[in-house]
Design a protein around this ligand. Sequence first.
Ligand code: ZN
Length: 313
Amino acid sequence: MPERRGLRIGFDVGGTKIAICVLDAAGNYVFKNETATPRDDYPAFLEAAMALLKKSRDAVPEAAHATIGAGIPGEIDVLSNTVKNANSTCLIGHNLEADLERVLGQKVRLANDAQCLIASEVHDGAAKGAAVAFGVILGTGVGGGVAVNGEPWRGNNRLAGEWGHNPFPDREGEATGSPCYCGRNNCIETVLSGPALVAAYHDATAGENAQLPEIEAKVAEGDPVAGAVLSEYIDKLGQALATVVGVLDPEVIVLGGGVSSITAIYRELPERVSAHMFHSGISKPRFATRIVKSKWGPDSGVRGAARLWPLPR
Ligand SMILES: [Zn+2]
């Protein structure tokens, strides 16, 4: 049963919808709602957020003093504090945190979707109880987030876990790099995003257009081309995650985003990470990092946003 103590509010701002939830201390939904994201209209976006907050407070008066966190599928420029590279393009260039604080009338913590994923999963999801956990979004983009001792760890530059735009560790033998929207070449995102996997399948089949669920189905049917494409993807993911293990050596790595629902990944991935590590080939059971799918799936965004603040005392 939801309790009305320790309430926290989370917003998840997406390209198509803005979701809000009020979570109680135990992680039960006390209130949940969503609305369409206004297109190309920043003032309308702020109004929609205000309207959602009002609805939640009308439904749950005890939430009047709840903390507010918001997750966005984009980056916050740490120098200017403005949003960049968000798929809700009307947010780009705005100081969203300050503007939300102004219209909502209280402090707001802002984080990207990967930071929200790990904040959610470490509380009551697939990384619960882990001293150090790393969350990865493998979706339209690729991002990461860190949690330490059960709380999200943002880091000195608010960049902890932001690994999707580091260079992919090894592009040996490739004549040209893959340009990334961020202006660099060969970012991890250009290799490991959902669209990159779809493109790899397209190339391997000389032009067949298949989306992730179709590729997964073909792998399950034993299609050799789909199997090879996925296997190569898993190896590259293992290579990129080996750098994370080399720095952070987390207890748990949680995968979220569209690619994370391909269950075949979890069978092969630990071995592939291990193969690319410094002490390569630490085999089961000695490779001690668990690699798991997020428990809350798409809900990890809104739940993690609520968890950007510690529980009120
Ligand atoms: Zn990039």
